[in-house]
Design a protein around this ligand. Sequence first.
Ligand code: ADP
Ligand code: MG
Length: 715
Amino acid sequence: MRTRLEDNFRPADRKNLAQRGVHSVTDLFRFFPRRYLVPGEHTELGDLPLGETAIIQAEVIKVDTRRMKQRKGTITEVIVHDGTQSMKIAFFNQHWLGKALKPGLTVVFGGKVESFRGQLTLASPVWLNRTEDDHEWTPEDLNSPFPIYPAVKKIAQSRLWSSIKTLLTVAGPEEFEDPLPKGLRDAHELPDLRTALEDMHRPRTIEDVERARLRWKWEEALALQTEFAARKAKLADEKATPLLTQGAKSRRFDADLPFTLTASQVRVGEEISEDMAADRPMHRLLHGDVGSGKTLVALRAMLTAVDSGAQAAMLAPTEVLATQHFHSIQTFLDEQMALSPLLSDDDQVTVALMTGSMPAKERRELALDLVAGNIDIVVGTHALLSESTMFSDLGLIVVDEQHRFGVEQREALRAKGGDTTPHTLVMSATPIPRTVAMTVFADLDISTLKEMPAGPKDIATHVVPIVDQPAWYVRVRQLMRQTAEAGKGVFVVFPRIEPTDIEDPESGDVVGQKQGIEDISRKLSETPELAGLTFGLLHGRMSTAEKDRVLADFVGGDIDILVSTTVIEVGVDVARATMMVIIEAENFGVAQLHQLRGRVGRDGSSALCFLLTEMSAEDESYGRLQAVADTLDGFALAEYDLDSRGEGDVLSGSQWGGSSLRHLSILRDSEIVAEAKTIAEQIVAVDPTLEAVPALKAFIRRVLPEDDAHFIEAG
Ligand code: ADP
Ligand code: MG
């Protein structure tokens, strides 16, 4: 019995199969047709209806290849006969067919019925040499969907197909061990593995294929959710130090907050304190729209840790962000916990910032303070992860913008907890659609900040097509002037610093130049509408001191219009800015545009945002801009983004990127994913190491990469 790949394919073929990811019989069975030709009812040559797809079986009578007169290339004409009638079929530029289709062979052809010079023919049909196939073609076969496989170099479809069919009949039972439990299959009327494989490779009806496809989705959903459930169970076995809720410092902090917490902040705060009070580590994701108050939630959690005598560390992806967090935490604490003569030193909260650019000596001192327990809260970049950074008692880790860190990095920090595992809170700067949260982050518990502290923001957003509507651009500049004259600040956001060449996509020749940020700033300042106003420039190539000075001038009102790159995306808080003009807006992603405009109207006053573009309403990216203009709901935009970019994109950098999950769609299959989660949790609850379900275990290893870094591109 020829049950191995080696028995069916020569080494050269196996190399070509390997290029398509086929290394074993199991892989080959899961090498599914790309599509199917679904034949109509007629299979007699005499009675083929024009325009329909037909599958016919006929004998090759004559094959003739010649060069074409009018065009370059060859034409191969094949005359076939089915016992009563004949037909001429033409193939273009496939001269090798002369060798494959020999007179006398019985061949199955599938394709669309067309009329050519008054005679019926099939247009460039797919074909299969029946004589080479050990499978007898019955009239029923000719009415069955005809699979078309992805091309494999140097392996004819017919040979591939017949090998798969042969192997399906001779392969041993180990090839058909089903990763889906029988109870699940029965409940959802899913075919077992063998039936589903047969249905993919030799379906009787297209419904067979649909039914099998549903099964592949279930397999993947169950694999994913079981893996997550198993990881969660493993985490649950780790020991953590319970962190007391609401000690003196937390109480004092909350007591005179200048505002009331939103209902979401209260609820999420409770979710977090409940987790931290347990003796197993918290593993929670906090997400919410820009400005929903995540930082405050994180700070309250850190104070809970401090109250319990533990330290808290906050990890940020960039120095700018870390610095920003450090300052806002410090400001919050200064205001809330101002030194009172009645408080002893013990009642103070010490906060420190650790970054890579710190002088070595300072960093060494800070490291000593950390290990001595003199620091309660440390905010930092990757510097926190280095081996020289140690803690006296690390109780809580907050990871900001979690998608920018890999699991190894988070693990490095978690390992600094000593005997116990610190509690972990990861934050996402932008909202994550429910479907994504449920799949990509299924091993985390999820907290969502739903409402905005200041109520829904009022940022009227408009798309301005500057080529189609030049007058609107003039109007925008007039509004900029009015805003500046009213003492408010205007942001102009521009996508690049330096001018860049525009290359012709065909020739690669430089055909023009896109302006840099200085050009755009100068040009704007020279327009009649903006003449006489003060412009400032802000971008990432300026020194920190320069940036600080420019920002201070903008905050103080000495600069009317600040032309900036996306450095303002993170953390810049200028209460007097009420207008933003984003130039070449099509260069930014949906989430990023939403983040950017969150920088205006910070003081609660109504604000304006204009998305300038050279695109027209018909262009695809115009639709994205319109979507941003249409809603201020970051959750709705996140869903839109997922929908329009497609999950391939969204997940390209995620755990799924490295996986071979091919059938499950996180957009469309959320119900399957949700049900699979319940079942997976039941499986893991009784059998955490999956001993009783070896086929499922093997399938998980097959489709999910071992490295479990889960990233998600947020913008
Ligand atoms: P996020 O990190 O979610 O984008 P922040 O935590 O930076 O949001 O909060 C945005 C602003 O709202 C900050 O200035 C913060 O002090 C303020 N803020 C947070 N919570 C509240 C609240 N409950 N009421 C009023 N203002 C709040
Ligand atoms: Mg924040």
